[in-house]
Design a protein around this ligand. Structure first.
Ligand SMILES: NC(=O)c1ccc[n+]([C@@H]2O[C@H](COP(=O)([O-])OP(=O)(O)OC[C@H]3O[C@@H](n4cnc5c(N)ncnc54)[C@H](O)[C@@H]3O)[C@@H](O)[C@H]2O)c1
Length: 231
């Protein structure tokens, strides 16, 4: 696990240690927007575990006020993380193959009127992931790359809706977003974990865009013949 929040990271590690043993878990404090820190986190992971098999680019923020930061964390760092992951896993580079999951959002497939830059960053994640997945398939990288797009999920990220420092000029619409949450419902994070694991295990999934909603549960966006391509 890699996160800039070392308190949450250490707590999470401690709870996983009880289940799996401390030698099988690792937490590294890292700001994913810092290129050196990010590369170092990959290097330390490979040094500890011997290789990289699965990468989830999950870090995300909702900040319409500092919108450049939103692009940096949600899109640029996902791209950089994917490229470093490919350097380590691509069979053409001597890697042993693997799986990458990039976390997008339902806001990456539909307009989000009060979060335009968050929505743009998440659209970018889908476009990048589907494109690099197609390249991985053509180039026989042996790496599958997919996205997960959840609707509202019950995590601390939702608290950002209520903060002017995050929403900026769109803060005035916070009740509209809260109404949307009431009408669409809020997912339990465990369902996202379930979807992610099934996507990691599905040998045939590459370039897939998994959607997770309260009304339809885990399902896929249909783009036609190119949605899933075999590696
Ligand atoms: N909660 C939702 O409703 C929802 C819906 C769809 C998609 N998502 C996406 O799911 C992912 C996980 O978010 P979450 O809902 O668990 O929210 P969260 O706020 O609980 O988790 C996001 C994590 O990213 C970390 N992070 C932020 N910036 C970072 C940085 N520069 N370097 C390292 N770590 C950083 C935070 O410390 C935090 O632990 C995000 O990409 C988010 O956009 C969330």
């Amino acid at each position: 696990m890699v996160d800039q929040n070392h308190i949450a990271g250490e707590e999470c590690k401690a709870s996983l240690d009880e289940q799996f043993g401390s030698h099988r878990t690792m937490f590294i404090q890292c700001d994913v927007t810092d290129q050196e820190q990010l590369r170092d986190a990959f290097q330390r992971t490979v040094e500890h575990f011997g290789r990289l098999d699965i990468l989830v680019n999950n870090a995300g923020v909702n900040n319409e006020k500092d919108w450049e930061k939103t692009i940096e964390v949600n899109l640029i760092s996902v791209i950089r993380g994917t490229y470093i992951g490919l350097e380590l896993m691509n069979k053409k580079n001597g890697g042993q193959g693997g799986v990458i999951i990039n976390i997008s959002s339902l806001a990456g497939l539909t307009p989000a009127a009060y979060q335009p830059v968050y929505s743009a960053s998440k659209h970018g994640v889908i476009g990048f992931t589907r494109s690099i997945a197609a390249l991985a398939s053509i180039g026989n990288y042996g790496v599958r790359i997919n996205t997960v797009c959840p609707a509202f999920v019950d995590t601390p990220l939702l608290e950002s809706i209520e903060k002017e420092e995050n929403m900026g000029e769109f803060f005035q619409y916070k009740d509209n977003i809260k109404d949307m949450m009431k009408s669409f419902g809020v997912l339990d994070p465990s369902l996202i974990a379930k979807g992610m694991v099934s996507l990691i295990e599905d040998d045939g999934a590459n370039g897939a865009v998994m959607k997770i909603t309260t009304s339809r549960g885990i399902h896929f966006e249909e783009f036609g013949a190119h949605q899933k391509t075999k590696v």
